[in-house]
Design a protein around this ligand. Structure first.
Ligand code: C2E
Ligand code: MG
Ligand code: MG
Ligand code: MG
Length: 277
């Protein structure tokens, strides 16, 4: 492991020492330390049944609790981690943290985690994920992996076989930010996918924007034909919720229901909502 890191540093040294490379390298080194020092945390955002507003699951979203800089959001460090194998280590940490959190939630609640495309380059991905799930006695069908459309375009045999392997093991597979990439409909049919998460960009201007309305309706009809579940991302208003319910979109996620919150808040929220009849 140390040897691998040394090699990478050497490689950077031989490259032109651009400011960007240097700053990314320092973020990478700091992030590596953060992973070891327990500075990474998961926040949880409910995924709700739109007709009842009750949670059916939570998406785990990573944050970096930096000792000096405070809470750092994933957009500021995940892209850097994705440039190296650090993203793979972070990915296993996320799965582990989610497995540890799982028993605190009622048994019908699942947890979704985000998996970077680069993690699928690890030929051990399926094996290691299963090991972690066994280790924490987690129920596979209470865990969903969120992947992006790019993974579906690059029809790499290894990716497809890892996905099928994990699906057969019981994990749910969601396509995140659906509609922003270029996945073809034929891919959606043959890939081992259970859910589409419609990107916030389509939901934002509902129900007033005619184009977004038509696109969302079309996605919902298509998903129903392909027997895929749909989660609408970024639901912020009652009007958006009402439009989605009227168009048979069963699940949603967004600030209208809750922002991503620390685990104890998510558990309190679950208890509060589920007890309320
Ligand atoms: P994502 O997976 O599409 O997650 C949804 C993002 O939208 C989250 O941002 C969430 O806080 C935000 N969001 C949710 N509801 C609303 C809403 O109603 N309005 C608005 N404006 N935003 C909303 P966040 O937590 O900053 O995460 C950003 C992205 O970082 C994620 O997008 C995901 O791609 C990536 N990410 C987060 N956690 C992880 C992780 O553990 N591993 C990896 N590889 N990527 C992660
Ligand atoms: Mg996601
Ligand atoms: Mg998303
Ligand atoms: Mg997104």
């Amino acid at each position: 492991h140390a040897k691998q890191k040394g090699k990478r540093r050497f490689m950077f040294y031989n490259n032109s020492m651009e400011a960007l490379v240097k700053s990314n390298l320092s973020v990478e080194l700091e992030l590596n330390k953060a992973l070891k020092n327990g500075e990474l945390v998961l926040f949880y955002q409910p995924i709700v049944d739109l007709t009842t507003s009750k949670p059916i699951g939570f998406e785990a979203l990573i944050r970096w609790q930096h000792p000096e800089k405070g809470l750092i959001f994933p957009d500021a460090f995940i892209p850097v981690a994705e440039q190296s194998n650090l993203i793979t280590e972070i990915g296993y940490w996320v799965l582990e943290a989610a497995c540890k959190a799982l028993p605190n939630f009622p048994p019908h609640i699942h947890i979704s985690i985000n998996v970077s495309a680069r993690q699928f380059m690890d030929p051990q991905l399926a094996t290691r994920m299963k090991q972690i799930i066994y280790q924490y006695h987690a129920t596979p069908n209470r865990i969903t992996l969120e992947i992006t459309e790019t993974l579906l375009i690059e029809n790499i045999e290894q990716v497809v076989s890892s996905l099928k392997n994990l699906r057969d093991f019981g994990l749910g597979i969601s396509v995140d930010d659906f509609g922003t990439g270029h996945s073809s409909l034929s891919k959606l049919k043959v890939m081992p996918i259970s859910t589409l998460k419609v990107d916030r960009a389509f939901i934002m201007d509902l129900p007033d924007n005619k184009e977004d309305k038509e696109l969302t309706e079309a996605i919902l009809v298509m998903a129903q034909k392909l027997q895929l579940k749909v989660v609408a991302e970024g639901v912020e208003t009652a009007e958006q919720r009402d439009f989605l319910v009227a168009n048979q979109c069963n699940f949603g996620q967004g600030y209208y229901f809750s922002k991503p919150v620390p685990l104890d808040h998510a558990l309190a929220y679950t208890e509060r909502i589920l007890i309320k009849k």
